[in-house]
Ligand binder design. Sequence first.
Ligand SMILES: *Cc1c(COP(=O)(O)O)cnc(C)c1O
Length: 387
Amino acid sequence: MDIKQTDKKYVMGTYNRYDLLITAGEGCYCFDEKGNRYTDLTSGVGVNCLGYCDREWADAVSEQAHTLSHTSNLYYTEPCVKLAKTLCERTGAKKVFFANSGAEANEGAIKVARKYSFDKYGSGRSTVITLKNSFHGRTITTLAATGQDVFHNYFFPFTEGFKYVESGNIKALEESLDDSVCAVMVEFIQGEGGVIAQDKEYIEAVRALCDKKDVLLIADEVQTGIGRTGSLLASGNYGVKPDITTLAKGLGGGLPIGAVLVYEKAENVMGFSSHGSTFGGNPIVCAGALKVLERIDEAFLDDVKRKGEFVKAKLEGAKGVDSVSGAGLMIGIKPVDKKSADVVKKGIERGVLMLTAKDKIRLLPPLTITEKQLDEALDILLEILAE
Ligand SMILES: *Cc1c(COP(=O)(O)O)cnc(C)c1O
């Protein structure tokens, strides 16, 4: 069977795939059907934080698959409970709801915020403010939450109750925070929008405004969470505690998971039958996520920070590099004159996989990649940028 042709025939064409068939992976490397090796600086868009097929992770997952693969949320299971406890202990959150993706986690967070407000103030206080250039997912509601006009097409009517303010502009936020608002949702570092980190002062001011108005601060850490920026959560870098944090991508280490973490204010908002998910908290997925959290300890995070600094030092000021943004191993590179998409295409030909984010080249390598492996892949990127 010709995989590429068959894909084109039977899989909905929602992705413009690169001309690359990946058949296997190990660590930071993956292989095509001819055995060609690629250094993967994408991690399946920030998912494979321990790299491809990490031995301990794969063992934990397969052991769980042989013990208890799935049951329903009508019963208790150990992996789900252990993961919830570990997440709360490591983040300071009070309670967790497990979903299956980032969009779904964000939907859950929006539900929590709206119910918090409804319980306390009654109806009419349902607006969620998000930032321009944000990205929050592909469901009808999270598309509405996404502050980019290009995403607000075709699928009308979108969910009501979203307003967008200019990112980094605290005055704009202050003016929008009227009595209809129940939450402000932010990415501390905008990922899809171009790897753009918010200023610490801005985030602190957002926190203070939310406190003043009893509006919940939702941190969308779907991309920034689970060690990606050198702290377990990016909120740790900012020293700011949100009221709700959403996680997905890296948490499962390669299996689908989403999580809604609530802190003190929202601890008891969601009671019996207010939310649900058939697959949420699936034992296999949770066993994998537990292994991810077990591996990402303080020493591991220090290593991510160190490797992030290494990448920045190597790229900043290099020929063809205009600027470098991001934190830890979430890195944006603005080329001087090249189109990011062209650089990524050339990278594939040269055996290095990278992502784009608007006009930037975006790197989300596995957190376990070594400095030497990074060095070799970045040499190739720099060659392409200098051509
Ligand atoms: C990827 C992403 C999402 C959507 O996650 P899915 O798992 O694709 O639904 C939401 N928010 C941010 C910040 C993301 O990077």
